[in-house]
Design a protein around this ligand. Structure first.
Ligand SMILES: *[C@@H]1O[C@H](CO)[C@@H](O)[C@H](O)[C@H]1NC(C)=O
Ligand SMILES: *[C@@H]1O[C@H](CO)[C@@H](O)[C@H](O)[C@H]1NC(C)=O
Ligand SMILES: *[C@@H]1O[C@H](CO)[C@@H](O)[C@H](O)[C@H]1NC(C)=O
Ligand SMILES: *[C@@H]1O[C@H](CO)[C@@H](O)[C@H](O)[C@H]1NC(C)=O
Ligand SMILES: *[C@@H]1O[C@H](CO)[C@@H](O)[C@H](O)[C@H]1NC(C)=O
Length: 179
């Protein structure tokens, strides 16, 4: 029983101090051929048997945490396929015809161009070609369970207090139940 209690206590400490910090997520973006109805993903129109690939994967969905910065390094010149990151689009549009107010970046077209967006709000976003549907995918931004525990001494102290409080409650419960 004592072991179990220590395990619980340890778990509480870990939870109290877990702090998912913002990441910089970088992809090298190429524009590559795909086979319509076979490897072209997500509604790629048959008139365009090509799509964006992120680090070599054909238009994958991306999951990010709130606060993460997404950076696309464009490695292929895509004159008529401006690479756009947007909101309020839909499958399979993926930013096709996105309004300027929904675009989170300035669309890029030249090999060597870089663009990045910091996602401050959870939700569904998209990346893809500004001109054609099906050349992109979804960016799911999720709110991870974070505490601001280690951002200031005061909150660290309060986290310890909460941890100790929960520990005490649990110990009390076990004492009541098992004695
Ligand atoms: C916790 O998160 C904050 C804000 O995201 C960050 O500034 C800090 O460096 C992180 N601390 C640790 C220990 O990861
Ligand atoms: C994509 O590849 C680059 C270069 O190899 C690497 O630095 C980056 O971490 C990769 N991105 C992801 C999300 O794995
Ligand atoms: C792909 O599938 C759609 C729907 O089944 C069909 O209309 C279209 O002709 C197909 N395209 C090719 C290139 O096979
Ligand atoms: C991306 O997510 C959408 C919606 O959940 C799904 O329909 C689609 O199949 C996913 N695409 C890939 C490549 O996983
Ligand atoms: C997120 O916040 C940062 C810092 O305030 C800001 O520079 C950035 O434009 C915001 N991102 C979006 C998509 O609005």
């Amino acid at each position: 029983m004592a072991h179990l209690l220590w395990l619980l206590y340890f778990a509480l400490i870990v939870v109290a101090f877990s702090n998912v910090s913002a990441n910089l997520v970088i992809y090298t973006v190429t524009f590559v051929s795909c086979v319509v109805n076979s490897t072209c993903p997500q509604g790629n129109p048959s008139s365009y048997s090509a799509t964006f690939a992120l680090n070599g994967t054909l238009s994958p969905n991306i999951t990010l945490n709130v606060g993460d910065q997404l950076r696309f390094n464009l490695a292929t010149t895509v004159t008529i396929h401006p690479l756009t990151i947007c909101q309020n689009s839909a499958v399979p549009n993926f930013c096709k015809g996105a309004a300027t107010s929904d675009e989170l970046n300035t669309p890029i077209t030249n090999a060597g161009d870089t663009t990045s967006v910091i996602f401050n709000t959870s939700g569904t976003y998209y990346y893809g070609c500004h001109n054609h549907p099906g050349m992109g995918a979804m960016i799911n931004v999720i709110q991870t369970v974070t505490t601001t525990a280690s951002t200031s001494t005061a909150s660290v102290t309060s986290s310890i207090a909460i941890g100790l409080f929960l520990f005490t409650v649990i110990v009390s419960l076990f004492t009541i139940i098992f004695t």
